[in-house]
Design a protein around this ligand. Sequence first.
Ligand SMILES: [Cu+2]
Length: 210
Amino acid sequence: MKKRGLGLVGALVVMAFLGMSLASAQDATVNVELNEWSVTPDVSSVTAGDIDFVATNTGAIDHELVVLKTDLAADALPVADGKVDEHGAGVEEIGEIEEFAAGATESATFTLTPGSYVLICNIADHYEAGMYTAFTVSADATDATDVDDVDDVDDVDDVAAPETGSVGPLSDSEGGFLTGILVLVLAVLGATMLLAGGGWMVAGSRRTTR
Ligand SMILES: [Cu+2]
């Protein structure tokens, strides 16, 4: 009985891990609550892919959901006549669920690439009243541990350059970019050494750079 119980626990653990890896894969669903005056997704980040946005208007008046890709801070988007300029400098409109009635739920699927996003309601004056939130899309080739690594890079940036203030999303992309460059340089270096017949030097360089 004990052994069978352990086997069952083991199977459940394996199933839990499988479920977690499936959940972290692309094609996620993001449930977003819209009301006066906030935009509240149930997750603040997803991995890149086709993302189903399910927006529920829990407020008393019409609202909409606009997905913007931007490195600007969520509260610093360009505004004209009470509305965010969805095609303004540094802003790219990815998709929109047109305004819909209080109490209703609307959904749409948008293909999101890695980067920083802001979710807003762009009915006149609603953005400035507070209907916005930052949203992050990470690379789909990474798993949960890689996301942690990106956070670590962000922390290092914050410590090294406190003057830059709260530019978290920017730091993430900068960190990923620098890491990519580093990996590329190491790969080219390694290939060059192998071609030169100095395979032992690659092992040496790995030891010193890691
Ligand atoms: Cu609104």
